[in-house]
Design a protein around this ligand. Structure first.
Ligand SMILES: Cc1ncc(COP(=O)(O)O)c(C=O)c1O
Length: 399
């Protein structure tokens, strides 16, 4: 596989001993964010001391799945509750499967749905490789820049074929930072009902929601279409290395659940320590989430303060999750060259839009540059990085 010009530059600078800051990174640990909690630490110590026997259950530990079932019912103080309030709406433990992370959840669902999958663009970059592994055909629908990257009904409908099996939603979105509103979710449900499709909703960032009101969970809306929501501990609790995710299912047939069970069984279950830890995290994680939310909100405000000073720079403030998608107009360069020159000048590496399948008519388009910025850095450093980017844009404009 050939290495693109951006990666070549990054490697060259690293080999020269230069420090590179990946300002698009959504890995909380890279930014010094770690889940530290006494209860959790003592739980892990006790767990190891008790040497529990290995139990390769395809859907994972039943008690852990039960804790997820109860977590989505009142009176949980956490944001994930919002929008899934009624006991009758509760997703039962029987309809919850533990996996080795959301990427693995995608892999199994792509396999068992066995047809074409429709994905949002701009979107999460790993889909292509997961689809190749699961031998799935992918197709894309375009999110609508005019409505803060919500669903565009005409575009979504246009891209459905007679082979399509499922529509994927990512809310909060990576990289746009958009949270799909109720109108968008209802549109997707209407189309899925008409075309007999399943919905896969990736909500890995849903605990980090910055708008007023309740987080709009698709599971809280009335429908008979099969819905799979994906979540995990890598973003919520900053524990990506523990490799634990889950799939919640609604309106899914027993036959499909059995298919999923067979697929998960082939990989002999997710990490047993992480499974045992999850109920403890659910009980003890609220303060951590609140603290992180404050940091993300502070950085969101800094971005507004610094970037509002730049001419022809548009972005929608992040509504949830870690990312913001920035649009810079009228720069005498293209996004690849912009990314390379910024890295050479400042050591700051940002992903261009085309890493997210958003090339806006080819990434040599000089009118429109898209870059992705993560809101995770420590606030003082974040302000410094944004100011460097602002100064760099001004220099490029004057050159
Ligand atoms: C939208 C989205 N889904 C899933 C993942 C991966 O989640 P996990 O670590 O649970 O595999 C990421 C990671 O960045 C992501 O951005």
């Amino acid at each position: 596989m050939s290495i693109n010009r951006i990666e070549q530059t990054r490697r060259k600078l690293l080999s020269q001993g230069k420090k590179i800051i990946n300002l698009s990174s959504g890995n909380p640990n890279e930014w010094g964010i770690f889940f530290k909690n006494k209860t959790v630490n003592s739980f892990i110590k006790k767990y190891f001391a008790s040497s529990p026997a290995y139990e390769p259950l395809p859907f994972g530990n039943y008690g852990t799945r039960l804790s997820l079932q109860n977590f989505t019912s009142p009176p949980s103080p956490l944001a994930v509750l919002k929008g899934v309030p009624k006991k009758t709406n509760q997703i039962k433990a029987e309809n919850i499967a533990l996996t080795s992370g959301t990427s693995e959840s995608y892999f199994h669902l792509f396999r068992i749905l066995n047809g074409e999958i429709l994905l949002p663009r701009p979107g999460y970059p790993l889909f292509n490789e997961i689809a190749r592994l699961s031998q799935t055909n992918l197709k894309w629908y375009d999110l609508d820049p005019q409505s803060r990257w919500q669903i565009n009904e005409a575009n979504l409908t246009k891209n459905i074929t007679d082979k399509t099996k499922a529509i994927v939603l990512v809310s909060p979105n990576n990289p746009t930072g958009t949270v799909l509103n109720k109108k968008s979710l209802q549109t997707v449900i209407k189309i899925a009902e008409q075309k007999n499709l399943s919905i896969i909703s990736d909500e890995v960032f849903c605990e980090y929601f910055f708008e007023k009101g309740k987080f709009p969970h698709i599971m809280s809306l009335k429908t008979n279409v099969p819905i799979y929501t994906l979540n995990g501990i890598s973003k919520t609790y900053a524990l990506p290395g523990y490799k634990l995710g889950w799939i919640m299912m609604k309106n899914v047939t027993e036959e499909t659940k059995e298919e999923l069970e067979r697929s998960l069984d082939a990989l002999l279950s997710s990490n047993q320590i992480a499974q045992a830890l999850l109920p403890v995290l659910l009980k003890n994680g609220a303060n951590f989430i609140a603290k992180n939310t404050q940091r993300l909100k502070q950085n969101r405000q800094t971005m507004k303060d610094v970037f509002s000073q730049i001419k022809d720079l548009n972005y929608q403030p992040c509504q949830g999750g870690f990312y913001t998608f920035i649009h810079i107009k009228n720069l005498p360069t293209d996004d690849e060259t912009f990314t390379i020159k910024l890295m050479e000048k400042t050591g700051i590496f940002v992903h261009p839009g085309y890493f997210y399948d958003y090339d806006n008519q080819g990434h040599n388009n000089k009118e429109n540059i898209y870059i992705v910025i993560s809101l995770l850095p420590p606030p003082a450093q974040f302000k410094k990085y944004l100011t460097q980017i602002k100064n760099f844009i001004q220099e490029v404009r004057m050159s």
